[in-house]
Design a protein around this ligand. Structure first.
Ligand code: FE2
Ligand code: FE2
Length: 277
């Protein structure tokens, strides 16, 4: 069953560890991409999804640790858990700021909590069935982590956010988180390959991850747009304009460019693994 994915002599291998960070949200503008409520809320959905989601990652990976028969992978998984735990608390800080400043996020967050706590939570299974449920959820996390690594790389390179005058503290949070997502990008996949690796489950959980993420993201943006009192006032007064400094065109181009680079990186890694296997 165990599959080795770590070469101790691998030159670019880094030890994963959580970093101490803190952010002061007291000066955060409601629309932290100036004049762009939609783009702001499109990214703000992360703050609603991630605290519950990343705590769930940690919970499942802690359950998976006893299944690991490779000390280096176990070390990576522990590093992953440490990093995701700090990510969750950091995004929780933004969520608390929203709640304290006129955006009650509880109705949406309760849905996310139900998804990760009930639908994807522990079901009291034991033995083989319990292990199967852990593996299924590890596969789901591996699928989701493809997207967090992709978004992490994008936000690191997204100069269009700087050019649009995006809030520097928010950019700090997103880029620190993005850098750690890129840093631990292969850990969930390696764990899945180690405990199962089945291609059919990989495809199935990827389809589920794409569908659930798309639904939750659309619902999240709709929720935040509807809960935004400033936007409601501007819509009523017909004064919602488009920010000149933010470019949707450049943003789309940079997302496509990041996707193309991620595909190339994946294929070169895949070839390398085939050659060195
Ligand atoms: Fe994270
Ligand atoms: Fe992650």
């Amino acid at each position: 069953m165990p599959t080795e994915h770590h070469d101790p002599g691998e030159p670019d291998r880094v030890a994963l560890h959580a970093r101490n960070v803190s952010f002061d949200w007291s000066e955060l503008p409601r629309h932290w991409i100036p004049g762009e409520p939609f783009a702001t809320h499109l990214i703000n959905v992360l703050h609603l999804l991630l605290p519950e989601g990343e705590r769930w990652f940690c919970h499942v990976f802690k359950q998976a640790l006893p299944l690991i028969r490779d000390e280096q992978l176990a070390e990576d998984v522990r590093g992953f858990i440490g990093q995701e735990a700090v990510h969750a608390e950091s995004h929780q800080g933004v969520l608390d700021h929203f709640d304290a400043h006129g955006t009650d996020t509880r109705p949406y967050v309760q849905q996310i909590s139900w998804l990760f706590g009930k639908v994807l939570g522990d079901r009291g299974y034991a033995g083989k069935q319990g292990q199967e449920w852990i593996v299924e959820r590890v596969a789901l996390i591996a699928a989701i982590e493809h997207f967090t690594a992709f978004l992490g790389q994008w936000v690191l390179d997204a100069r269009e956010l700087d050019e649009a005058g995006a809030d520097p503290t928010m950019l700090d949070l997103l880029r620190w988180h993005g850098a750690e997502e890129v840093e631990h990008r292969s850990v969930a996949f390696d764990l899945y390959a180690h405990v199962d690796g089945g291609y059919a489950r990989r495809c199935r959980t990827m389809v589920v991850a794409i569908a659930v993420l798309a639904i939750m993201w659309v619902r999240g943006v709709r929720f935040l747009m509807a809960a935004d009192p400033v936007l409601r006032r501007r819509l009523a007064a017909g004064t919602v304009g488009h920010a000149e400094r933010f470019s949707w065109e450049r943003t789309t181009e940079s997302l496509l460019e990041t996707y193309a680079r991620a595909r190339r990186a994946f294929h070169s890694q895949f070839s390398l693994r085939e050659v060195t296997a």
